[in-house]
Each structure stands twice: as C-alpha cells, then as structure tokens.
Design a protein around this ligand. Structure first.
Ligand code: CU
Length: 137
C-alpha cells in the first residue's frame, strides 16, 4: 500500500501536475480514513425477549446508545442485530442497557421493576426459572 502511494506520487510528479498529486494524496488519505472507520464497525446479534411492535420500539431505543449506529429487533426471530463501534461500547454493555429497560437478553435478566412497568401486551413470557413471577402459572 505504501509502495503504491510512492509510485502514484512519482508518476504525478513526473507529469508535473501538482494538482493531481494533491488529488491522489487526498484520495489515498480518504481510503485510509474509511478503512479505519470500517475496522471499528462491528456487527453482532443476540436474542432479546419481547412481544409486539411496542417492544420493538422499547428494545431498539434502549439499544441505541453511544457507540451504537444501528439496532434492529425482529419480532419474528426475537433477534436484535446490532451495528456498533467496538472501541466505544461492547455487546455486553448494550445488553445491560436493554435489561435495564425490562427486557431479558441472552446474558442479562431484565430489570423486574422496569418489566412490571411495561404495557400489558409487552409483558412477554419470562423464563420459567424465575420463581418470583411463576406463582400465577
Ligand atoms: Cu410489546
């Protein structure tokens, strides 16, 4: 990559069109910047419990926090697909944010108070391991 830069620079210099040298330099610089940005972009997906389109809004809102560029939850598969900057936030941290909003994720259990505060339609069936809310079953 570096040798390519020198080759291009040499070529443009010999044709004595400095403006082209400048353009080439900017183009290469832009390529490096893009490569760096893409390197920091990670994608992951994990399961988040939920029922309806309201849940989708809640989950995606909770997941869209600093460092997250995209959060899409599927009502059918219950999977949240996350695009994020791994240098700024981890998948675990995002799961904690979602759990704080009352939704169970793969790694973290949704906050009980936040869960009870959800609309009735949003109170998805929780894991049977939960002894506190299994009384009514
Ligand atoms: Cu809901």
């Amino acid at each position: 990559m570096l040798s390519l830069f020198f080759e291009l620079g040499e070529f443009n210099h010999s044709s004595s069109k400095n403006i082209f040298t400048m353009k080439t330099f900017l183009l290469i610089a832009a390529t490096f910047v893009c490569a760096t940005v893409f390197a920091q972009k990670s994608t992951t997906s994990f399961k988040v419990s939920g029922n309806c389109s309201m849940c989708k809004k809640h989950i995606e809102k909770a997941a869209t926090t600093g460092g997250v560029t995209k959060a899409i939850w599927s009502q059918d598969t219950k999977k949240l697909t996350l695009t994020y900057n791994a240098a700024k936030i981890s998948s675990d941290q995002v799961q904690q944010k979602i759990a704080a909003a009352g939704y169970d994720t793969e790694k973290y259990r949704g906050d009980d108070k936040a869960y009870s505060a959800l609309d009735e339609c949003c109170q998805y069936d929780r894991k049977k391991t939960n002894t506190k809310t299994s009384n009514h079953q």
